[in-house]
Design a protein around this ligand. Structure first.
Ligand SMILES: *Cc1c(COP(=O)(O)O)cnc(C)c1O
Length: 367
């Protein structure tokens, strides 16, 4: 089990003067949805040039006031993370690999010319909000408390250079099962006219700007009757990269798997990384390599490709049943959820929820 290091900063604790009533909370927790309901508290920590990180607070969740010239509103210097706290089989609460989120947050910070947050402080901030809002765990099957740490340039300044002030906040949102009943297979649309990330760009950083750029292609996918957009590489427009917010895996008839290699334009998902380890634990061969759209189509047609799935913290593992593009569409396997997809998902979820052994020390119990 991972251990907690001492926090680098003391948190001022300001309990909410008027938290949601037990009735209001119960109503939300019985049907939480995703990303629309929020807990009572938030973490905030300030960074100022010369002073570093200061004023760590766990206090009431409330609106923040920004000057119209606040740097983030103009040049999008912003990064975020997404992780979940899980109710355990024994009634306790645990985080899943929060140090991996802390490390990725700092790698995003470096790319966006922002200050790094000590990893201990990141983990402690997440611990603080879970402790303050432990009444906010959904009562529904598959529910969790989704945590959103983020940082933005808060200096009032219109010049183009890194900000001299930043705000780091953590908010929490009770989340239900991403899909109401199990995981239906989704249909994905191959974007021809748009790319997500170019070599040398910000594709490997978890920054809001990447998402802003993905909204038009995602809307195009929806308009054409599909669920998600899949992006090809920007240079050759040939290699399959990832969805707008999820990584991809391909499963072959010999039981081996392929996931696109982390070339710098793909977001290094923690779910992707965990599944890589779990599949190898099972003795499966997993190759991290380039996989082209042409190969994808050919392998689906010949039956060599038997399953395909997308993965990420929010939806965990989502089977891909159909792929469509400007030059036609193809079905993968039966078009429904595959067996290996389901088994890997069950294995991961069981570890996250304390229902299975944790051989890699991924689960951080919070008591
Ligand atoms: C967050 C994210 C993922 C998934 O990462 P996880 O750590 O597994 O949640 C994949 N792709 C993009 C673009 C993302 O922003």
């Amino acid at each position: 089990m991972a251990t907690l290091a001492a926090p680098a900063l003391e948190f001022a604790r300001l309990p909410h003067p008027a938290p949601a009533s037990a009735e209001q909370r119960a109503e939300v927790l019985a049907n939480p949805g995703f990303g629309t309901n929020f807990s009572d508290h938030m973490v905030s920590i300030e960074w100022t040039e010369g002073l570093g990180w200061h004023d760590a607070t766990i206090g009431p969740r409330q609106p923040i006031t920004l000057d119209p010239a606040c740097a983030v509103l103009h040049y999008a210097q912003e990064i975020f993370e997404g992780l979940k706290a899980y109710r355990q089989a024994d009634g306790g609460i645990a985080l899943f690999r929060p140090e991996a989120n802390a490390a990725r947050f700092n790698s995003s910070a470096r790319r966006l010319a922002m200050p790094e947050l000590p990893e201990d402080l990141f983990v402690e901030s997440v611990r603080q909000i879970v402790a303050a809002d432990r009444e906010w765990f959904p009562t529904v099957e598959g529910g969790s408390l989704y945590l959103r740490p983020f940082m933005f340039a808060s200096e009032t300044f219109l010049g183009v250079r890194p900000s001299k002030q930043y705000k780091y906040l953590v908010i929490a949102s009770p989340a239900g099962n991403y899909f109401k009943s199990g995981s239906p297979a989704v249909s994905i649309w191959v974007s021809r006219d748009y790319t997500r990330a170019a070599p040398g760009g910000t594709g490997a950083a978890k920054c809001g700007g990447n998402y802003a750029a993905s909204l038009v292609p995602q809307a195009e996918a929806i308009e054409r009757g599909h669920d998600q957009v899949v992006f090809l590489d920007a240079a050759e427009h040939k290699w399959v990269e990832e969805l707008g917010g999820m990584n991809l895996y391909f499963v072959f008839d010999d039981g081996s798997l392929v996931t696109p290699a982390l070339t710098g334009t793909i977001l290094p998902g923690i779910t992707r990384d965990s599944l890589l380890t779990l599949a190898r634990d099972e003795g499966l061969s997993v190759r991290e390599e380039r996989y082209s759209l042409d190969q994808w189509r050919e392998d689906a047609g010949s039956g060599k490709l038997v399953e395909c799935f997308a993965c990420g913290t929010a939806a965990v593992v989502t089977p891909v049943g159909k792929v469509a593009g400007h030059d036609g569409e193809f079905t993968i396997g039966s078009g429904g959820p595959g067996q290996l997809t389901q088994r890997l998902k069950d294995r991961l979820v069981a570890i996250q929820r304390g229902q299975a052994a944790d051989p890699h020390g991924w689960v951080m119990k919070l008591g």
